[in-house]
Design a protein around this ligand. Structure first.
Ligand SMILES: [Zn+2]
Length: 446
């Protein structure tokens, strides 16, 4: 029989502390002294550290305000739980049924910005450890909660942590789904820059991580452009002074499932403006978001195929510029691939400019960590069907060695992250706490 460490008292304390952190809006804003991501993330960090203090953990706040951590237990090795206290803005507060910064309980659910991402899971994991302490368990590891404050944008908090602190030995990031994510593709965002043009100017820009679903052309030769779109059988509408090319937007990690309206526009423009190399590049690239026409088949047996998203088309008299997002299979050599890419785009007089790179995550499924986390999840929930997954997305797990994303959402939990009326059911939160307590018991106590 498994012991249930999560008492009623633990549950109610967890909710009352979650209330304290939800009450602190913590989205990115202008930097101020010792608050590189603005006062909100800094205050949320200090709130969680004071909660950790009250639990008896030893806390530390980075003097420059990038991150903090809380330690408990002793051992030569460190088991880390990598969390984040920043969040995305609530959006239009009037769209919410209740104040996003006041944790409200309705119909067994906890409403508020950050309940799922990532304040709720952070508190759940902390109370799982607190429950083990209350039950008199002794840890054979040092357990360290690492609190980042810049997860939703550029991860500068963890970059700073890794500059100043030693890495953990193994751990989890409670910021995704159960059972666990053991592989995340490498993520490269970059620009392809080429010569400018006097023939036309355009500025079609989406975010790096979205396949453009609609692209507007306002330049010259609109009738020819429309004809070219028709010849390619690309869906488009002409309005008074513009053409709207239609696609289907999806997240860049699923780029092959979308329809890229900017690539379609570029392909059509290649026929009308044959001298502009950026269009010739897009024509050669084609509609294959695995990048096969450019790089051949790039894939591995663990994480599948490369995805390649192009999300901007900017041209003025000085330069042309495309932004690209590559999700690189975990076993592919990054430097080699980028070298190959540089050579391939050179033919179109484009040069490669690095923007941001996140190395991949890969912890084999036959490792002790993955086997223990998976069997814990199965024993606690009885769900034997759900399998460990790979992802093109990114969690903090990849910032640390031997670390996987583990919960806190169950496969049956509806996803409200980043959405209006974000909420997490109390029952699912309790299940997550049980899983975390049992997993840490098996890994760090026995
Ligand atoms: Zn998150």
């Amino acid at each position: 029989m498994m012991e249930n460490f999560i008492t009623d008292r633990i549950q109610s304390q967890a909710i009352s502390d979650l209330k304290k952190v939800i009450a602190v809006p913590s989205y990115l804003s202008e930097a101020s002294d010792k608050a590189p991501f603005g006062p909100g993330p800094k205050k949320a960090l200090e709130t969680i550290l004071s909660i950790a203090d009250d639990m008896g953990f030893k806390t530390f706040e980075d003097p420059d305000g990038y991150y903090g951590y809380a330690d408990v237990g002793q051992g030569d090795k460190t088991f880390g739980l990598v969390c984040h206290l920043d969040e995305v803005p609530a959006g239009n507060v009037d769209d919410w049924d209740s104040d996003p910064y006041h944790l409200e309980e309705r119909d067994g659910k906890l409403f508020g910005r950050g309940t799922q991402d990532d304040k709720g899971p952070t508190i759940a994991a902390m109370y799982a450890v607190k429950a083990l302490l209350d039950a008199g368990q002794k840890f054979t590891y040092q357990i360290r909660f690492i609190f980042g404050t810049d997860e939703e944008t550029l991860w500068r908090c963890l970059a700073e942590y890794n500059k100043k602190e030693r890495p953990i030995d193994l751990g989890i990031a409670p910021d995704a789904e159960f059972p666990l994510i053991y592989a995340e593709k490498g993520l490269q965002q970059a620009y392809l820059v080429g010569p400018g043009s006097d023939e036309l100017q355009m500025n079609v820009v989406d975010s790096f991580n979205a396949v453009p679903g609609q692209s507007i052309y306002r330049g010259p030769k609109q009738n020819e452009v429309l004809k070219s779109l028709e010849e390619h059988q690309f869906d488009a509408d002409q309005e008074v002074d513009q053409i709207i090319v239609k696609g289907r937007s999806v997240h860049a990690m699923n780029a092959p499932e979308g329809i890229n309206s900017t690539v379609r526009l570029g392909i059509a423009l290649a026929d009308v403006f044959p001298k502009i190399e950026a269009f010739q590049f897009l024509k050669a690239f084609g509609e294959d978001a695995n990048g096969t026409n450019l790089l051949g088949d790039v894939s591995d047996d663990v994480s599948g195929r490369l995805t390649f998203n192009i999300s901007s088309l900017q041209i003025d008299s000085k330069q042309s510029r495309l932004q690209i997002d590559l999700r690189i299979p975990v076993k592919i050599d990054h430097d080699q691939l980028i070298k190959q890419l540089k050579e391939a785009v050179q033919k179109f007089t484009l040069t490669y400019q690095d923007f941001d790179y996140l190395a991949p995550l890969y912890v084999p499924t036959d490792s002790k960590l993955v086997e223990t986390l998976l069997s814990t999840y199965r024993d606690v929930t009885g769900d034997l069907k759900s399998q460990p997954t790979i992802s093109g997305g990114a969690t903090f797990a990849r910032t640390m060695p031997n670390t996987v994303a583990f919960g806190a959402m169950l496969p049956t939990t509806p996803d409200f992250m980043h959405q209006v009326n974000e909420r997490w059911s109390i029952q699912d939160m309790n299940t997550a706490m049980k899983i975390y307590a049992e997993a840490i018991y098996r890994l760090c106590v026995k």
